[in-house]
Design a protein around this ligand. Structure first.
Ligand code: SF4
Length: 315
């Protein structure tokens, strides 16, 4: 069932996920399309997220946006600053030079070359914002030795998360704290629960699909939403993911298509990274169960593999 509508306010709206947006300038969504998109979201009873570019919106847009409950996703160098909502940072330097408020959620997009910085950055942000979402933009390039060092980094992050739990602090870190509370898959679900409306008035599973090929739309505001092969975006039709318990995994359909040419088949790298995170969450969960008699129905059993595909003969 459709739950979320992401409205990109301009072609150069910030990327908050794996895809890159290298567009400079380009069109703003027209006020007609903006109003029609809001109407679509209201009729379908969807949660609406507006994604902003760095440059200022034309006069009159802010008033239209405020006609509906929504979440704002903004680049950290946006021309207008809002107290709450989600702020996107590209790289460690951007987040180091920004003062987040306790209500804000930070999306930190980093490459593999900055992963070593995560423990220091998360320590610095601890208690200063509501949540940190880390997106490793070149996850598909991980090598075996980088998996080992990522595991060591997660152990360091896990020690901070344990100390947070001890101190009653609750700054969330998507890599480790999400799985602690999940009993079922909680993924991006683009193309199934989420669709994105681009400034051209057309729907896409997410903005990444638009930047790859704007001709592959899923309908528009006039014809309505027309999701092609919708079942392929569903967990039931994901042959590997439906056997997996890395419930926090982004399960990125865009990344899947880029790496395996299938929206419902993940790359080995995406799975191993998610399982290293899952396993560290399992150690944290065991720690709080043992030492704090923490009572939960969440279970993260020990497993012997890092890529569920290795188990496919048992399915
Ligand atoms: S770890 Fe792999 S199999 Fe599991 S949900 Fe993520 S992409 Fe799917």
């Amino acid at each position: 069932m459709l739950k979320y509508l992401v409205i990109q306010l301009a072609d150069d709206a910030v990327s908050y996920c794996h895809y890159e947006n290298v567009t400079k300038g380009g069109q703003f969504i027209s006020t007609e399309n903006l109003k029609a998109a809001i109407r679509f979201g209201m009729v379908e009873n969807l949660n609406i997220q507006f994604v902003y570019p760095k440059r200022a919106l034309p006069v009159g847009y802010a008033e239209i946006i405020e006609t509906i409950d929504h979440t704002k996703i903004l680049p950290c160098d946006a021309s207008v600053v809002y107290d709450s909502h989600i702020v996107v940072f590209n790289g460690v330097t951007e987040i180091e030079n920004y003062k987040l408020s306790k209500e804000q959620i930070a999306i930190l997009r980093i490459g593999r070359n900055e992963i070593d910085e995560l423990p220091r950055i998360f320590n610095a942000l601890n208690g200063k914002c509501a949540r940190v979402n880390v997106v490793i933009t070149d996850i598909d390039k991980f090598t075996d030795s980088e998996f080992d060092s990522y595991k060591a980094t997660l152990t360091q992050l896990g020690n901070t998360v344990k100390a947070n739990i001890l101190a009653g602090d609750n700054t969330q870190l998507n890599l480790l704290t999400d799985r602690l509370v999940l009993k079922a898959m909680n993924n991006c679900n683009a193309g199934d629960e989420t669709v994105t409306l681009m400034p051209n008035g057309k729907f896409y599973p997410c903005a990444g699909f638009y930047y790859d090929n704007a001709e592959e739309d899923f309908g528009d505001l006039t014809r309505g939403l027309q999701i092609k092969n919708r079942q392929l975006f569903k967990l039931d039709y994901a042959p590997i993911c439906r056997h997996c318990d890395s419930y926090h995994c982004r399960r990125c359909a865009w990344l899947n298509r880029k790496t395996t040419l299938e929206v419902n088949t993940p790359s080995h790298e995406q799975c191993v990274v998610a399982h290293l995170e899952r396993n560290e969450s399992g150690r944290i969960l065991q720690y709080i169960k043992d030492d704090f008699e923490y009572n939960t129905e969440v279970n993260i059993p020990q497993i012997s593999y890092l890529d569920p595909f290795e188990e496919h003969k048992k399915w």
